[in-house]
Design a protein around this ligand. Structure first.
Ligand code: CP
Length: 310
């Protein structure tokens, strides 16, 4: 069902492989509810969290996931490493590999950095977000959250709103959701939602009031100022007026619609803070599911096995 050494992206995964990861993640949710939240599945394995960009949710949930599987976990942070003395990415990885780890979990600002790592390392590699490219475990945890709340990934209307252009989260979600018989609608300021995205099998609706109509899921994205090189909308005030999810707009969605956000949230910009904290919000469920999905991914790329139930 999932016999890969690496998880570099959602593009290229079959629907059956995604379903299998989500099924294994369901078992991992159960592990995290036990009084002893630990299984011996990865005992003796070493996971290196190789983060060259800031992270709260992804880095810490990979750490919790590895520890719940009984692996040893080493945290590497680019900002406190010998990169500041001029050491290259390749030399950094080769030196860490000399310490015999088994899995590298990589976040990097350059699209393709995790793929490049596989060309000179024998370890398994998991992409934890690379530039504008992909964030596969985020899309998987989003799918697990939708499946828990909606009972399915087919026959839904899922609206993704905001800075699609710079969002690796949106790209991975689009790759994943278009494997299912579901409707994906993108909305945001036209410069941040180029028409080329239609080639990925989605719809575009620039009017957010229309885009959210009858949606089962509304996924809000952060404006990624750190990745923007130009001016993509006139002002935050304008952005809030046309693209903030507020109470009036949410009323147009299905009455049981859920609101998602990968975090970190710009409260009061893309999302009204009352909605972020409301019962419609599943944002903290997404964070909890991040641990289960990352446990499933670490477990499966290590070969799986039946230790999970011990
Ligand atoms: N969603 C997400 O990737 O958050 P972090 O940047 O905090 O890891």
């Amino acid at each position: 069902m999932f016999q890969r050494k690496h998880l570099l992206g959602i593009e290229g995964l079959k629907r059956e492989e995604i379903d299998h990861i989500l099924d294994v993640a369901d078992s991992m949710v159960e592990v995290s509810k036990r009084s002893v939240k630990k299984v011996p599945a990865l005992r003796g394995k070493t996971v290196v969290n190789l983060f060259f960009e800031p992270s709260t949710r992804t880095r810490i949930s990979f750490e919790v996931a590895a520890k719940r599987l009984s692996a040893d976990l080493i945290n590497f942070s680019g900002s406190t490493s010998s990169l500041s003395k001029g050491e290259s990415f390749r030399d950094t990885v080769l030196n860490l590999e000399a310490m015999h780890p088994d899995i590298f979990v990589v976040r990097h600002g350059a699209a393709g950095a995790p793929d490049y790592l596989t060309t000179f390392s024998d370890c398994s590699v998991v992409n934890a977000g690379d530039g504008f490219h992909e964030h596969p475990t985020q899309a998987l945890l989003d799918a697990l959250t939708m499946r828990q709340h909606k009972g399915k990934l087919d026959d839904l209307k899922i609206t993704i709103v905001g800075d699609i252009l710079h969002s690796r989260v949106a790209r991975s979600n689009i790759f994943l959701l278009t494997r299912y018989n579901t409707r994906v609608v993108l909305s945001g300021p036209p410069p941040l939602v180029p028409e080329e995205f239609i080639n990925m099998g989605v719809e575009i609706e620039y009017n957010l009031d229309k885009a959210v109509e009858n949606s089962d899921v509304v996924m809000m994205l952060r404006i990624q100022k750190e990745r923007q090189t130009g001016s993509f909308f006139p002002s935050i005030r304008e952005y809030r007026k046309y693209y903030q999810l507020n109470k009036e707009r949410l009323k147009k969605a299905d009455k049981d619609a859920i609101v998602m956000h990968p975090g970190p949230i710009n409260r009061g910009i893309e999302l009204m803070k009352e909605i972020a904290d409301s019962e419609r919000s599943v944002i903290l469920n997404q964070v909890s599911n991040g641990i289960a999905v990352r446990m499933a991914v670490l477990y499966l790329i290590s070969g799986g096995g039946d230790e999970i139930n011990n």
